[in-house]
Design a protein around this ligand. Structure first.
Ligand SMILES: [Mn+2]
Length: 340
């Protein structure tokens, strides 16, 4: 790949004001690897705690564009996309809330992926709570299928997010996207059907440590690969991740990485409404990202559940941006001590 002097170009398009472009000039000699699209999805109706709608802007403030740009990527920030429900949707489970918002979000992000996502760009969806995954993943799977490829998903999360509209006690829809994307019939007739369901055997979960007994029983009946924290304690992250990546590589699959902030231990990542102790530590998280980069298999990413309202002087947002840098190729020796 050619190295050349280039103008590192970050476009920021605000859909409301249709103004503002930021150009950053870099004199570094860099290698252009790929073009990346940042898509803000400031949704926070999937839980009861407000604040995830600020997630995309916290990641921007933490410098997600600049850090990728300085590593040699072309970054296009496509701005924020949100959905407005048109009509109320009810479900017999009275605890379920914001169902119409979920349906609108799924439709909007699905249409965005189908119609607006350039094929040569790697999308990073910046949530927003984890319900956003129900919107773009079926469309990403459809695009993969059109290329004759299978869609795989690495789900990094404290929870399996395998609730259905019937099973959820809390009614929080950010706990349902995995059940939705595999085409669980419990959503039929209420939400738009996933345009291309993800095969359960193509989903690998890591970091799991908070699962309802009923949810656990249902997920065991699927072929979803689940590595809970107990398994990570015993075997580490590298072995199971490499085995999964080998499966993706063997069939030439496309790989989406879904990073829920609660995957990380709350000691290092407090900015999340659903903290569960005993999560992935700093090095485990970075090692996962480094291995993903080395695999050269990742085709899309989302960052979900970042709630800047709960953060401590931006340290969770900064950590997430550091992890994204590792995923895109920054190595331990490239890291500079921050003096902010
Ligand atoms: Mn989640």
């Amino acid at each position: 790949m050619d190295c050349f002097r280039h103008y590192c170009h970050v476009k920021y398009h605000n859909e409301l004001t249709d103004i503002s472009c930021l150009y950053i000039y870099s004199e570094l000699e860099m290698t252009i690897h790929k073009s990346i699209a940042l898509i803000g999805a400031p949704a926070d109706t999937g839980g009861r705690q407000n604040g995830c709608l600020m997630g995309p802007d916290a990641l921007r403030t933490a410098g997600i564009s600049d850090i990728l740009c300085n590593m040699g990527y072309q970054v296009d920030d496509l701005g924020n996309y949100s959905a407005t429900p048109t009509a109320e949707i009810r479900h017999p489970n009275s605890s379920v809330h914001h169902l119409a918002d979920y349906a609108a979000l799924i439709s909007m992000l699905g249409a965005f992926c189908r119609d607006s996502l350039a094929t040569d760009q790697l999308p990073i969806f910046m949530g927003g709570d984890h319900s956003i995954a129900a919107g773009f993943l079926p469309s990403l799977a459809q695009k993969a299928a059109e290329d004759g490829r299978e869609q795989f998903v690495l789900w990094l999360d404290a929870h399996t997010d395998f609730q259905t509209l019937e099973s959820t006690d809390t009614g929080n829809l950010h706990g349902t996207p995995v059940a939705y994307i595999i085409g669980d019939p419990a959503f039929e007739g209420i939400l738009p059907s996933p345009i291309c369901p993800i095969k359960p055997e193509n989903i690998c979960m890591m970091g799991i440590r908070s699962v309802d007994p009923a949810e656990s029983a249902r997920i065991r009946k699927t072929k979803i690969e689940v590595h809970d924290m107990r398994a990570i304690d015993e075997f580490g992250v590298a072995l199971p991740l490499k085995a999964f990546l080998n499966r993706v590589r063997a069939v030439g699959g496309r790989l989406h990485v879904s990073l829920d902030v609660d995957f990380l231990d709350p000691e290092i990542a407090p900015a999340v409404g659903t903290t569960v102790p005993g999560g992935a530590n700093f090095r485990e998280a970075h090692l996962i990202m480094e291995l993903l980069h080395e695999s050269d298999l990742v085709t899309s990413l989302d960052i979900s559940e970042l709630n800047p309202f709960l953060d401590e002087r931006g340290r969770t947002a900064n950590l997430i941006v550091d992890l994204v840098a590792s995923l895109f190729g920054r190595q331990v020796l490239d890291r500079h001590t921050r003096s902010l």
